[in-house]
Ligand binder design. Structure first.
Ligand SMILES: *[C@@H]1O[C@H](CO)[C@@H](O)[C@H](O)[C@H]1NC(C)=O
Ligand SMILES: *[C@@H]1O[C@H](CO)[C@@H](O)[C@H](O)[C@H]1NC(C)=O
Ligand SMILES: *[C@@H]1O[C@H](CO)[C@@H](O)[C@H](O)[C@H]1NC(C)=O
Length: 423
């Protein structure tokens, strides 16, 4: 197996089209760069990351309910909607991995993907790095005056920006073990050469441990989902750009070992081949799709009814509910429940027979390559699978383990997400 620890850093380039009146072929400039970093050598850190996903999603759902006055559709009646198929007749209780270990046992082959790039905030511009997260909708940064939890990050200084306005609205974002808090400002934000005026930015005076520099190399986070999820109740950065006519409401993402890129205002035709296989959004809050079935080695092993899957660049793993994940692994001969070693939700598969796991969306099968699915050797012939379950997350989360297999277009204007073959 590839020694993931030895992976170099990757510098990623992003491009965007200019004003909508200019044809797409006239896209110009290298507009933002993203790089991939962070080798995960500790299971605790992976768990911290999944806990962060859970609280992020719960915060988004709570914000949806405040913003819209409705219950989020994914929350009502999720459970019990997977059914094993005749290929996989009787989900059995899986054997447990044999060896016990502590929760902090290092797993050197685990890898964390964190994709980030640069934005500038304020006048004159202050440069900070951010994680681009399609699973949330707020922008927040560590700010001058933050306590020791922001140490090591570059700090946003609203007092040094002539365009900064303190809305005086406090914000509170719950993340796993802690919270990020501060006041919402509006300021000028430039991403990839495109400028948003009066963008809501959370100026944090406290960070939760998940965002401390050792766990989170970029300074802040830019949520790339829809306004309904915004905890601040303000438009996300990309929505502001699109509403202000700066860019068409579509962006493309390549997350891969090399040449990764966020492309604003269209798709980068140099990075994929063939046509997109598009899937309509069933909601415009998260990028939410209808998950139809799970496959193993190109056979359907579970059908799903009313299960929502969200497309999330801000999550490393492919996360599902307990029931669906149990059915999936029970269809993989030799798989084991690894919860005794790794904690709840983790499973292993035989290293010499890594399966091809497929996710069915929009009547099409999207396969996860075995080399991407395999997170690394746990012990002997047991390799950790990239699909895990997370109690309390009311739907599936298609994180990097899924997204690294495709070039992905997030087409807000046409309410769809599309996947093409990486070049
Ligand atoms: C923003 O306004 C709040 C509420 O008035 C205040 O407590 C806070 O100190 C202000 N922040 C800055 C950086 O001026
Ligand atoms: C937010 O985090 C701080 C620091 O960890 C903690 O003291 C506080 O109780 C938390 N607030 C809530 C409402 O959870
Ligand atoms: C799929 O979506 C992409 C991006 O929005 C678009 O260019 C393409 O035409 C769509 N394909 C179909 C068949 O609708």
């Amino acid at each position: 197996m590839v020694p993931l620890k030895a992976l170099p850093l990757f510098y990623l380039v992003a491009c965007a089209v200019a004003l909508p009146k200019i044809p797409l072929s006239k896209r110009k400039d290298i507009l933002a760069s993203m790089k991939r970093t962070g080798v995960l050598d500790n299971i605790d850190r992976l768990k911290m990351q999944t806990a962060k996903t859970k609280s992020k999603i719960q915060s988004g759902i709570a914000a949806f309910e405040r913003n819209t006055g409705s219950i989020h559709p994914a929350v009502s009646g999720f459970r019990g909607q997977f059914a094993a198929t005749s290929n996989n007749p009787a989900p059995e209780k899986l054997a447990a991995t044999s060896k016990r270990a502590t929760a902090s046992e290092p797993l050197t082959d685990f890898e964390e993907d964190l994709w980030f790039g640069t934005i500038t905030v304020g006048t004159p511009p202050q440069t900070l790095t951010v994680d681009f997260d399609t699973g949330s909708s707020d922008t927040f940064l560590p700010a001058v005056g933050c306590d020791a939890t922001c140490d090591g990050h570059t700090l946003y200084d609203p007092a040094a920006s002539s365009t900064a306005v303190n809305t005086t609205d406090p914000f509170f974002l719950q993340f796993g073990a802690g919270n990020a808090t501060g006041f919402v400002f509006t300021d000028t934000v430039t991403i990839a050469g495109l400028t948003a005026q009066s963008q809501a930015v959370g100026a944090s005076n406290h960070y939760s441990v998940e965002f401390e520099v050792d766990n989170f190399p970029p300074d802040g986070l830019v949520g790339m989902a829809f306004p309904a999820l915004a905890v601040f109740g303000d438009n996300p950065l990309f929505t502001t750009l699109a509403d202000q006519g700066t860019v068409p409401p579509v962006f493309g993402v390549k997350l891969a070992d090399t040449g990764s890129e966020l492309f604003l205002g269209g798709v980068d035709t140099a990075l994929f081949t063939g046509a997109f296989r598009n899937v309509s959004l069933i909601e415009e809050d998260f990028y939410a799709l209808n998950l139809q079935a799970l496959d193993v080695n190109n056979k359907v092993v579970a059908t799903a009814n009313g299960v929502v899957a969200i497309v999330d660049t801000g999550t490393t793993l492919l996360i599902g509910d307990d029931e669906g994940v149990e059915i999936l692994y029970s269809a993989i001969p030799g798989s084991k429940d690894a919860s005794a070693i790794l904690g709840p939700g983790f499973f292993t598969v035989p290293c010499n027979r890594i399966p091809t796991v497929g996710i069915e969306l929009g009547n099409q099968v999207f396969n996860v390559a075995p080399a991407i699915f395999n997170l690394g050797v746990l012990e002997g012939n047991d390799c950790v699978g990239g699909v895990t379950s997370l109690d309390g997350v009311p739907f599936w989360v298609l994180g990097d383990i899924f997204l690294r297999n495709f070039y992905t277009v997030f087409d807000q204007g046409n309410a769809r997400v599309g996947f093409a073959t990486l070049r």
